[in-house]
Design a binder for this molecule. Structure first.
Ligand SMILES: Cc1ncc(COP(=O)(O)O)c(C=O)c1O
Length: 389
């Protein structure tokens, strides 16, 4: 008997490095491991949201829905977008299984095999592997490390050509926590329009901005018809496991995505759609409290990292990540992450998981309480002092 053959398309997808580290951390039996690798809020989903899902299930809202999602949720999403000055319409909103499915279906829809998808890095790696699954070619554009990975339109625009199907812009950024300059991002939309490409604006962290605010790219560009906005309940409402996200954009894209949604998941879990509706239309106090907690932890990170000689990081302006330069420590970022795990019982993600530009960095997450962050950073400091002196 021979094993079934895995397609080349799938076989060629590299397992994500972040997953490798998570697996090592799960197998590591330290007594008191501090988890600073987690990419999701450490808060519970607000009670009124949980109640809405339970009520919907009890009331029999347990059938398939339309491929694009239930009408009141699409309306609530469009309302939210209009509140951010995007000319949105419920008919051009598709509810998806998390932002990740919105990204995948969009990339499948706007690229042909052989097209290129431009991704400024360091970046959350899923759009890179999704691009490969779509038969297109990811093009990583390294943002300037010496400027703390600030967004640099020139570099990105240079990579946009007639082969480009899409550019993925994620602000605030996972893993750097940088908020990209809006004018610079607009220049990328212009370049995309010139080359008949689409900009996918991944705005899943837009509520978690600590300095100023992050306008929606579709609201500020002269070419909103070129922008697909992706967002999700996951990070804003501590709802990662509910798997509700969405996209909004030009009708040609949303209609095509709706069509292929039938072939992937048909629709999002129905009670979860009612939960998302309650999240979007209910009290915002839980969001404000969570954001305030993340901001305090961000400040703690900045202060504590500033006291550790030999490492540095740009001040995170959004999301809940700190991207720390550990290039003075021996070995690759994976080596550093493994030593931190095995010798100091702290888990952080290796920067190389976020594209070649991330090598030499570790991503720490603030999704843990202040006392655990203090403990984790004290151990990290001990390691850095031991390895750099
Ligand atoms: C930048 C970015 N975009 C999108 C997502 C997708 O999140 P979800 O599918 O839970 O909405 C994530 C999750 O970590 C992310 O970091």
């Amino acid at each position: 008997m021979t094993d079934p053959t895995v397609s080349n398309r799938v076989a060629e997808i590299e397992p994500q490095q972040i997953r490798r580290l998570f697996d090592l951390a799960a197998a590591h039996d330290g007594d008191d491991v501090v988890h600073l690798e987690v990419g999701e809020p450490d808060f519970r989903t607000p009670d009124h949201v949980v109640e809405a899902a339970a009520t919907a299930a009890r009331d029999g809202e347990t059938n398939y829905t339309a491929n694009a999602g239930i009408a009141p949720l699409r309306e609530a999403i469009a309302d939210r977008l209009r509140g951010r000055d995007v000319a949105a319409d419920a008919d051009r909103v598709v509810v998806t299984t998390g932002g990740v499915e919105a990204l995948y279906l969009t990339l499948l829809t706007v690229t042909d095999p052989g097209d290129e998808v431009v991704v400024p890095t360091p970046a959350w790696p899923n759009p890179l592997s999704q691009t490969e699954l779509a038969g297109a070619t990811p093009v990583e554009v390294a943002l300037p490390a010496d400027e703390g990975f600030a967004f640099d339109a020139d570099r990105v625009v240079d990579a946009v050509t007639d082969r480009t199907g899409a550019v993925v812009l994620t602000s605030p950024s996972n893993p750097t926590g940088r908020v990209f300059d809006t004018d610079e991002m607009e220049r990328v939309v212009e370049a995309a329009a010139d080359h008949d490409a689409v900009v996918v604006a991944d705005e899943v962290y837009h509520e978690l901005v600590y300095e100023g605010s992050q306008p929606s790219l579709a609201a500020v560009t002269d070419h909103p018809e070129r922008v697909v906005t992706v967002d999700s309940c996951s990070k804003t409402y501590a709802m990662t496991g509910w798997r509700v996200g969405w996209l909004s954009g030009p009708e040609a894209v949303t209609a095509a995505v709706t069509k292929i949604h039938e072939s992937t998941t048909s629709c999002v879990n129905t009670p979860a759609q009612y939960a998302a509706l309650a999240a979007l239309t209910g009290p915002e106090a839980p969001v404000r409290e969570m954001k305030a907690a993340f901001e305090r932890r961000r400040d703690l990170f900045v202060e504590r990292m500033g006291e550790i000689p030999g490492v540095s990081m740009a001040r995170p302006e959004g999301a809940f990540y700190a991207f720390v330069d550990v290039s003075d420590l021996p070995g690759t970022s994976m080596d550093v992450a493994e030593r931190l795990l095995y010798e100091y019982d702290v888990v952080a993600a290796p920067g190389s998981a976020f594209g070649d530009a991330g090598e030499g960095y570790l991503r720490f997450s603030f999704a843990n309480d202040g006392a655990r962050i203090e403990t984790g950073l004290a151990r990290f400091e001990e390691m850095v002092r031991a390895e750099t002196t």
